[in-house]
Design a protein around this ligand. Structure first.
Ligand code: BMA
Length: 366
């Protein structure tokens, strides 16, 4: 056991989640929080991959209604499915049939339920469209979007009666399946319309809390674990500057990627690893102080040009931190260079095999 102090933290946290009173783990959320804390107590880090069962490098599930969803790039390399499976709900707010990456919401529901049946954990991100301009989540042409969505704003009814309702309908259709939900992510950079320069801290917090209040209070959903996941490379003060509050958050996350610059792969690895360790160091303090779980909510190196990235860069950077899980981003089926996990035959695969075989890295056992 690497982090014995967390045994106490887990109990305190569960008490905090239930309003300061010890009570049985009655909701799906409580049970999932407990399960994640017990992995952390054992010093284990769950490995996750976005969209893993829906498609991978150069393949995708066709006719999902009858497909048994046994294909997975991660399984093809490591022999096991990832323990955590991520999906994106971008498009649900529009009433679309499929998400922004053309994954049918019916397939997402089926894969999420099946993954949980296999013993795995599910997480949802959400890249909603820009409701003011009609553009996508990356349309930052107006800094009035969040303001327009809040009470008194011209888009408030749309948010409450249409967008959150559709989101709530989908989450409700999961029949109580516990899911880690991390809306309004990477909120300190300014590449999404809810980002740092696009709204004030108060407006951001208001948007997050409105989302929470609708889903938890109005819809009564007890299966959501709320993850706050800003982008990395920020100070602890910046990280907390838009924190919605302890009542609205169960997991402190951070999204942190490695980017290769002109100085090459090796230097990129050093930069990434130092930045990530800085983030996880303060996240560990914050998670302890606020009695929360912590995770590396998104990570990766696009195209994996470093043949030993898993064991020599990522693992050394995370191994001493009590993160419940880390999730690498998707392997696009239609963009050859856009992948974050290896597939069978790719040169980085042996290193991923070595990483996934480490005692403290957990994938799904058959
Ligand atoms: C981004 C890229 C996009 C994708 C989006 C949402 O990081 O992978 O291609 O549409 O995430 O999944």
């Amino acid at each position: 056991m690497r982090h014995p102090w967390l045994a106490t933290a887990a109990l305190v946290s569960l008490a905090a989640c239930s309003g300061g009173q010890q009570k049985p783990l009655e909701t799906p959320k409580d049970q999932q929080v407990h399960r994640l804390f017990s992995h952390v107590e054992k010093g284990e880090i769950l490995y996750g991959h976005q969209d893993d069962l829906c498609y991978g490098h150069a393949w995708k599930v066709e006719g999902w209604g009858t497909d048994s969803l046994t294909r997975s790039d991660v399984k093809a390399v490591a022999g096991k499915y990832p323990a955590v499976l991520g999906f994106d709900l971008g498009g649900i707010e529009m009433g679309d049939k499929a998400n922004l990456d053309s994954v049918d919401f019916g397939l997402i529901r089926k894969a999420a339920l099946l993954h949980a049946e296999r013993g795995g954990i599910v997480t949802f991100s959400w890249h909603p469209r820009n409701p003011l301009t009609g553009g996508d989540a990356w349309d930052v042409s107006s800094d009035k979007v969040v303001e327009a969505l809040l009470e008194g704003g011209e888009l408030h009814d749309l948010l409450m009666d249409v967008w959150l309702k559709r989101l709530g309908d989908f989450l409700e259709s999961l029949e109580g399946l516990p899911v880690i939900f991390r809306p309004w992510h990477e909120n300190l950079g300014s590449w999404f319309w809810w980002g740092g320069r696009l709204c004030t801290a108060e407006q951001y917090q208001h948007l997050y809390r409105t989302t929470w209040t609708y889903l938890v209070k109005a819809r009564g959903l007890t299966n959501l674990l709320w993850c706050y996941s800003p982008n990395g490379d920020v100070s602890p003060e910046e990280y907390m500057s838009r924190y919605p509050g302890d009542e609205f958050v169960d997991i402190l996350g951070v999204d942190s990627y490695e980017y290769v610059g002109a100085d090459g792969v090796e230097e990129a690895g050093v930069r990434f690893s130092e930045g990530l360790k800085r983030s996880l160091t303060f996240l560990n303090v914050l998670a302890t102080d606020h009695h929360k779980l912590m995770c590396l909510s998104e990570t990766g190196m696009e195209g994996l040009p470093d043949p030993v990235w898993w064991t020599k860069v990522l693992y050394p950077a995370v191994k001493d931190f009590p993160i419940a899980y880390l999730l690498t981003w998707r392997n696009a089926h239609d963009k050859p260079g856009h992948f974050y996990a290896p597939w069978a035959g790719f040169e980085n695969a042996p290193d991923f095999q070595a990483f996934s075989a480490l005692d403290d890295i957990v994938l799904l056992d058959d």
